[in-house]
Design a binder for this molecule. Structure first.
Ligand SMILES: Cc1cc2nc3c(=O)[nH]c(=O)nc-3n(C[C@H](O)[C@H](O)[C@H](O)COP(=O)(O)OP(=O)(O)OC[C@H]3O[C@@H](n4cnc5c(N)ncnc54)[C@H](O)[C@@H]3O)c2cc1C
Length: 387
């Protein structure tokens, strides 16, 4: 290829939950976009390992606003673009079995409602109407947000990929970014295992590998790979609508969550405590006895259901549990959209639209507030309570 065919307005490193919708929205703005990924197809990093939960129920206002926008995109995708991405509006139910969780969940309602979330605290009787199969014993109640839901990470990432291509975006798979070319403090392009491509804007959407991409331009990005295991059961008749989240710490885990897919399987995931750092994605099933015990305690009717498969993936973790989004101060043209922790799938479309506005220089006041909160240069002393 000649230099001119290798010239792009924007190069995105990573074709996952973040890179794919970002490519779609930037290409839709009329820019020439190249997405490069080391894996053979779209969503093969962390994205395909997500269990598909989508909520705007966060403790941080920037994430609430981004995810409200994402929910709008996921929920109308089929109507507007025609692809079935398995959007299901089942809601999220955060359970409280102790006063501690009741207090923390109720405390969050103020900020959640302020930013437009349809969410409420329900006492035990009301909550059991929404989730009748919860263990009644010691149940205090919980919060329920009916607009949240789930979708297929694989189908959604493919939908963004297909429509990005229709808008003219180019994807190169099985190609590893080895170098980012910088001249006089300005990004000029990337060198990969196959070629060199030129652009004045390079987006780091490299998920758990975000730190390594930062090192290519000499900046330290505070994202580390944090391993989580998940599993899916056999299919049973439909009995459960919302995602159930239990944030009670328990030796070996800080929280767990599960929902029933529209095809009947229960899909579930555990947050280990302490964290398991590193890039290994070899599943161990070690988490099964612990999560099975916790799930059956919360929902006794799950006790005879058989687990069919487990897998393990990486959360791109930041110290405060919030994403890192913004232009680099050190290298002009280097844009970060990384560190989405356990919420990259749900944040992807909202972040994609935001990034396209940043590049087109038409951000609004709300965007600026979000960018201030998620700045790469914040002090990371905050703490997302529902990560
Ligand atoms: C078990 C589990 C359950 C989860 N459940 C949910 C959920 O319910 N809801 C939710 O929102 N999120 C969930 N997540 C989190 C979600 O998967 C991640 O936050 C999200 O996938 C991150 O997206 P990303 O695009 O940043 O990273 P990725 O999807 O990993 O994409 C990054 C891409 O960058 C590429 N790359 C990196 N370095 C290079 C290089 N040098 N050259 C070329 N390519 C490169 C990689 O190949 C990769 O494909 C879950 C995660 C796990 C592990």
């Amino acid at each position: 290829m000649t230099k001119s065919t290798n010239n792009f307005d924007v190069i995105i490193i990573g074709a996952g939950s973040i890179g794919s919708p970002t490519a779609f929205y930037i290409a839709k703005s009329g820019l020439k976009v190249l997405v490069i990924d080391q894996f053979p197809s779209v969503g093969q990093g962390s994205s395909k390992r997500a269990i598909g939960g989508i909520r705007a129920t966060h403790s941080d206002s920037a994430k609430i606003r981004l995810c409200l926008n994402s929910i709008n995109i996921f929920s109308t995708w089929k109507e507007i673009y025609g692809d079935d991405i398995e959007w299901f509006k089942g809601g999220y139910a955060f359970v409280a079995y102790r006063e501690e969780e009741e207090k923390s969940l109720k405390k969050l309602l103020a900020v959640q409602k302020k930013f437009g979330l349809n969410i409420d605290w329900m006492d035990k009787e009301q909550f059991l109407e929404v989730v009748p199969d919860l263990n009644h014993e010691n149940l205090v109640g919980g919060t329920f947000s009916p607009e949240d839901g789930s979708a297929s990470p694989l189908l959604a990432t493919h939908a963004f990929y297909n429509h990005a291509q229709k808008m003219g975006a180019i994807f190169h798979f099985s190609e590893f970014v080895e170098e980012i070319i910088v001249k006089d403090g300005q990004v000029k392009g990337v060198k990969t295992s196959k070629s060199i491509y030129y652009s004045n804007i390079v987006i780091n959407a490299a998920g758990p590998w975000a730190k390594q991409i930062g090192q290519l331009v000499g900046i330290d990005i505070q994202v580390n790979p944090d391993s989580h295991e998940a599993a899916i059961t056999e299919s049973v008749s439909h009995f459960l609508n919302p995602m159930i989240v239990d944030i009670r710490p328990f030796p070996g885990s800080s929280n767990f969550y599960f929902y029933q897919h529209s095809t009947g399987q229960i899909i579930f995931c555990l947050t280990p405590s302490p964290n398991i750092w590193g890039f290994s994605t070899d599943e161990t099933s070690d988490f099964l006895p612990l999560i099975a015990r916790r799930m059956i305690e919360v929902m006794p009717r799950l006790k005879n259901i058989r687990v069919r498969r487990t897998w393990r993936g990486l959360y791109p973790m930041t110290p405060d549990g919030n994403p890192i989004v913004g232009w680099s101060n050190e290298v002009d043209g280097f844009l970060l959209s990384v560190g989405t922790c356990g919420q990259g799938f749900m944040l992807g479309p909202g972040l994609g639209e935001l990034l396209s506005r940043m590049i087109m220089k038409n951000t609004n006041k709300e965007d600026q507030d979000i960018l201030n909160a998620l700045s790469p240069y914040r002090d990371f002393s905050g703490h997302e309570l529902l990560k």
